[in-house]
Design a protein around this ligand. Structure first.
Ligand code: FAD
Length: 290
């Protein structure tokens, strides 16, 4: 069982607990991106098991009429075992999710995975679309999206390439420690890249831009760009981070909360707690009972 201290960042260990959390979010006008925690599997059984859980989850989301989609790490679906394994498992999840009208995001991992991830995304987006409503999916928003990282030097070119692909694109600053020959190291530069990428996307994309950031300056920039160009966008933030802002922004914008769950929660929780000193204090206070 997840200790109360981790409940702030992780929705529980079971799909039912995750969906209970999604129901509460939907009640406050916030949609959900559900992620089963798991990554870097080096044999097939956990890949098969997680892929099966995602397929079942898509059915549960549809049957419970929840406003939620899925988000999956490539190495959770076998990328470390080979691109063919990853593609086979991912396509089966996207197909099952599409049957239920559920959208699937592909998270982006470190720079060694970018080509394989974008190639798989592009093929699937051309087949399943990018979340636009269609008669065949009974008015729901099936399709695929992918994440791009502003810290990687290659991303400007990737973002231009993706302008011709129908899927949605989530913009993040980048969570991985990348080497200096492929990635900007300085946060001022990464912020500038992030702004520039948004400017390009709002001007050239047909729709479906995800702002995966808690940064008030970047969210404000996206809102201004939306007002200028009219391009559709959604704000995406993590469970447990700036939740008051999520509820407030949801009054005027489409807001999604990224909701992780599953029994592999410890390393995710550790990352969240250690990324900001305020969170370390929060954890210590909870442990000391104050
Ligand atoms: P930062 O640059 O960390 O901070 C900027 C400002 O935002 C801060 O000064 C503060 O005002 C505010 N802020 C940030 N964090 C907090 C906080 N905890 N509490 C209060 N205020 C805060 N990365 C990937 O590499 N691949 C992915 O697939 C991916 N998916 C993501 C999906 C979502 C929905 C989100 C939100 C992030 C994702 N990330 C992903 C992580 C991302 O790359 C960043 O590492 C992470 O979001 C931190 O950057 P930031 O833009 O939120 O803000």
């Amino acid at each position: 069982m997840i200790p109360p201290i981790a409940n702030r960042f992780v929705a529980g260990e079971s799909p039912a607990q995750a969906l209970d959390h999604v129901r509460r979010l939907n009640g406050r006008n916030v949609k959900a991106i559900v992620n089963l925690l798991g990554e870097h599997y080096d044999d097939r059984p956990p890949v098969r098991s997680d892929a099966g859980e995602y397929r079942a989850l898509a059915g549960d989301i549809a049957n419970s009429n929840l406003d939620a989609c899925l988000s999956i790490k490539p190495s959770q679906l076998g990328l470390d075992l080979g691109e063919d394994v990853f593609r086979e498992e991912l396509e089966a999840v996207v197909e099952a999710a599409a049957d239920h009208g559920v959208f699937v995001w592909i998270d982006m991992e470190d720079h060694t995975t970018t080509d394989a991830t974008l190639d798989a995304f592009e093929d699937l987006a051309r087949e399943y679309g990018g979340g636009e409503r269609s008669a065949s999916d009974q008015g729901s928003d099936a399709g695929v999206g992918v994440c791009v990282q502003a810290n990687l030097e290659r991303t400007r070119a990737d973002v231009e390439r993706l302008a011709d692909v129908p899927g949605k694109v989530r913009f993040v600053k980048g969570a991985y420690d990348e080497p200096a020959d492929v990635a900007y190291q300085d946060s001022t530069r990464i912020n500038r890249e992030y702004r520039d990428l948004l400017e390009y996307a709002f001007e050239h994309y047909d729709g479906g831009i995800g702002i995966g950031s808690h940064d008030p300056a970047m969210i404000e920039h996206a809102i201004d760009l939306h007002e200028e160009h009219g391009t559709d966008f959604e704000i995406q933030m993590l469970m447990g981070v700036r939740e008051d802002a999520q509820y407030e922004l949801a009054d005027d914008h489409s807001v999604y909360q990224y909701v992780p769950y599953g029994d592999r929660w410890k390393s995710y929780f550790y990352r969240r707690v250690t990324e900001r000193k305020e969170n370390v204090w929060f954890a210590l206070r909870a442990i000391l009972g104050r």
